[in-house]
Design a protein around this ligand. Structure first.
Ligand code: URA
Length: 430
């Protein structure tokens, strides 16, 4: 058995440990041989001192290796987002990219934190099944080219243990721990190509572009070390993505985007991410991949594929086509004149959570019908009485609290707003 004291001291003193020791350490954690206080001490030492690349590669490898066998089938391209408010891109990208003959299998976790995750959004479709067996996944991907399913608890189980402790010990915000957490799950899932959507701004884990670039570049280096062609795309999370925040509302917006009627920021994020996924999946230059993505949206092929996928996974296609039901809505109106210079997007996420669109604890159930719809964007001029957003709620108490949060979240000023963060693509492969 590893000596936990020695591993903790090495992290404290910035000393290297070799790959075998790292593997033994991670295994001991997964096997329950290390008490939480020692794991927490190590997490804090890593958060304060960082890890060099060799140690991050070893940690990621160890976390990826301990767990179940990979699926018989892996998709050709995987995708991951570091998470944001109104981020429904997977619902659009999975059918869009697979409509071009690129098999997609995506394993998602549940959303914990302000808004629901991809699985919560999919479960707002009546009948949609997120738990599929290995054979079912293979059959579905052979038949329709796409499956999005719940990540099994035995995929990279070290991450679940470490993440739960990070959450309560002030050690979430560590680049090596975030990068190894994300990349270990992606390596274990087995896809040879990966596109990472690294969100930047007030609603993201990475608040500044500089830190987002550091995280993106570290994950791209981990990918290269593991022979996964990895592209990171930095995208703005300075305001909610698209207009809808909330589970059924986001599914409805995703379908509108697939029909060519999506908000421009959402459509542009989807096209950039699709471009990078298609370039990796078909080995074509980015410009050609972008044209293929635009055509799949414009021709209706991506929309048809969405409906085929929903049906294959047991979802009620008619309910989706006629618009999923949502709660009654009330407007939140502006009380002053000026330009929208900032949106505290994390507070917007908290407003959605208050309504029941996200969870406070793992056991909470999300309400698919509730959420928000945004009317204003950064840089817009507003006047008293104009609608900032709509609150969709089933109860008046949370609706009032969410409206208050929205009022506080929208910063109104006399100056022009800073230009929004411009998307960046970062990669090491050709
Ligand atoms: N997402 C993850 O999967 N892990 C982290 O540590 C942070 C975001």
């Amino acid at each position: 058995m590893t000596d936990p004291g020695a591993v903790i001291a090495a992290a404290r003193d910035r000393q290297a440990i070799d790959g075998r020791l790292m593997r033994d350490w991670v295994r001991a954690i997964v096997e329950g041989q290390v008490p939480d206080y020692q794991i927490a001490a190590w997490l804090m030492a890593v958060t304060l001192n960082g890890l060099d690349d060799d140690a991050v590669f070893a940690l990621t490898q160890a976390m990826a290796d301990i767990g179940t066998e990979p699926l018989a089938h892996a998709g050709r391209v995987d995708k991951h987002s570091t998470g944001g408010v109104g981020d429904k891109t997977t619902l659009i990208l999975a059918p869009l990219v697979s409509s071009l003959g690129i098999p997609i299998i995506k394993m998602s976790g549940r959303g914990l934190g302000h808004t629901g995750g991809t699985l919560d959004k999919l479960e707002s479709i009546p009948g949609f099944r997120i738990h599929l067996g290995r054979d079912e996944i293979s059959r579905q991907v052979d038949a329709v080219g796409v499956a999005v399913v719940a990540q099994s608890g035995s995929l990279a189980p070290a991450d679940g243990i470490l993440y739960a402790l990070r959450d309560v010990t002030g050690t979430v915000d560590s680049l090596p721990l975030i990068a190894s957490s994300i990349m270990s799950k992606k390596i274990a899932a087995g896809s040879p190509n990966l596109v990472l959507d690294v969100k930047v701004g007030s609603g993201a884990l990475m608040k500044s572009a500089g830190r987002a670039r550091e995280l993106a570049d570290l994950m791209v280096r981990i990918g290269a070390h593991h022979h996964i062609r990895t592209t990171a795309v930095l995208t703005s999370m300075e305001q909610p993505l698209g207009r809808a925040v909330g589970n059924a509302l986001e599914v409805n917006e995703a379908l509108a985007c697939l029909a060519g009627r999506g908000p421009s920021d959402l459509t542009e994020d989807v096209l950039v991410l699709a471009q990078e996924m298609i370039a990796l999946g078909l080995h074509v230059p980015a410009r050609e991949a972008r044209m293929l993505a635009e055509k799949a949206l414009a021709s209706g092929a991506a929309q048809q594929q969405f409906l085929r996928w929903v049906e294959a996974q047991g979802g009620d296609v008619h309910a989706v086509e006629s618009g999923l039901p949502v709660a009654a809505r009330t407007p939140v109106v502006a009380t002053s004149t000026g330009r929208v210079v900032a949106i505290d997007t994390e507070a917007v996420g908290r407003a959605a959570q208050l309504l029941g669109a996200g969870r406070k604890t793992k056991e909470d159930r999300v309400n698919p019908r509730v959420g928000l719809e945004w009317e204003v964007r950064l840089g817009d001029m507003i006047h008293p009485g104009e609608i900032l957003a709509w609150v969709y709620a089933d109860e008046s108490g949370p609706a009032g609290a969410a409206s208050d949060l929205i009022h506080k979240a929208v910063g109104v000023g006399a100056d022009s707003a800073d230009p929004p963060f411009a998307t960046e693509v970062r990669r090491m492969h050709d």
